[in-house]
Design a binder for this molecule. Sequence first.
Ligand code: SF4
Length: 55
Amino acid sequence: MYENQNHPEPCVKCDVENCIHNNHQCCCTAKEIKVGPQYATAQCDTVCATFKAQK
Ligand code: SF4
């Protein structure tokens, strides 16, 4: 059976505290996230497509 000990779950650190997936401790709790767009030339060109605003 595959042991995952050498590959721990990655933690996405995110400061977007008004997203429902943010645990307010700089960490994303979503099982997976999608980041886009398909092409970027700088850090500021990318965004998280999984963002969902808190109500
Ligand atoms: S879904 Fe995206 S925006 Fe929301 S907490 Fe996770 S990484 Fe941040």
